[in-house]
Ligand binder design. Structure first.
Ligand code: PGA
Length: 249
């Protein structure tokens, strides 16, 4: 049975003083029955990794370069992130697609490199509000999924996060029916392409997940966890989401 995953995305938040949140989170983790991951800014990966030694907390990154080394000032390779202690990397988050013009082809190239270096890739897909209003949600997500995932994807090292762009950081979420519809579609696409491996890939929902709505979202079929932004910054909030996931189903 696949382990559920509660993943926190700190985005461009987090200074040394915020490491206290990680200490608190680790202190409360013992009873957790799901995988728990925090993806801090790269500057904190190594320190969080050291803090997490001996605990069940996993540490990940928020992006990597498609190449393993070379003349790319300011970028970080999958090998560097793994060397710093990351086991996972978020790829193709809508903020990177928007801020850095990341295409599906770029996301796929990054995923290939991440997998080669032993990192688990959390590949993000999601529609804009205009696309949802136009009724093209499934078409958009289907294309992103198909073109962002490498053929080498396996259940143990690829996670998909469905994150409607309009739900990120807004406090708005799709209805439970809308989340269930997209997750069922993703599962179908993955099993069509990867057979059993696709059936085993974890599907996370992301976009304004809070302690208050987590339980209802986690009760849905084909929801294997969450990618959490704002509510992962405070240990108390994230711990409640972890508990909701551990208790689900
Ligand atoms: P949010 O962000 O939980 O703050 O909406 C989610 C994400 O962007 O991964």
């Amino acid at each position: 049975m696949k382990a559920k995953l509660a993943a926190g995305n700190w985005k461009m938040n987090g200074l040394s003083g915020d490491l206290i949140e990680i200490e608190t989170l680790i202190g409360g983790l013992s009873a957790s029955e799901c995988d728990v991951l925090i993806c801090p800014p790269a500057t904190l990966i190594h320190r969080m990794h050291d803090m997490a030694i001996g605990s069940d907390l996993l540490i990940g990154a928020q992006d990597c370069h498609p190449e393993l080394k070379g003349a790319h000032t300011g970028d970080l390779s999958a090998a560097m992130l793994a060397d710093a202690g990351a086991t996972h990397v978020i790829l193709g988050h809508s903020e990177r697609r928007a801020d850095h013009g990341e295409t599906d082809a770029i996301v796929r190239a990054k995923a290939v490199t991440a997998l080669e270096r032993g990192l688990t890739a959390i590949v993000c897909v999601g529609e804009t509000e205009a696309e949802r209003d136009a009724g093209t949600t499934l078409a958009v997500i289907g294309t992103q999924l198909c073109d962002s995932l490498p053929g080498s994807s396996v259940a143990a090292h690829v996670v998909i996060a469905y994150e409607p762009v309009w739900a990120i950081g807004t406090g708005r979420t799709p209805t439970l029916e809308q989340i269930a519809e997209v997750h069922a579609f993703l599962r179908e696409q993955l099993t069509d392409r990867f057979a059993d491996e696709g059936n085993g890939m974890r599907l996370l929902y992301g976009g304004s997940v809070k302690p208050e709505n987590a339980q209802a979202i986690f009760a849905l079929a084909n929801v294997d966890g969450a990618l959490v932004g704002g509510a992962s910054l405070k240990a108390a909030d994230f711990a409640r989401i972890v508990t909701a996931l551990s208790d689900a189903k």
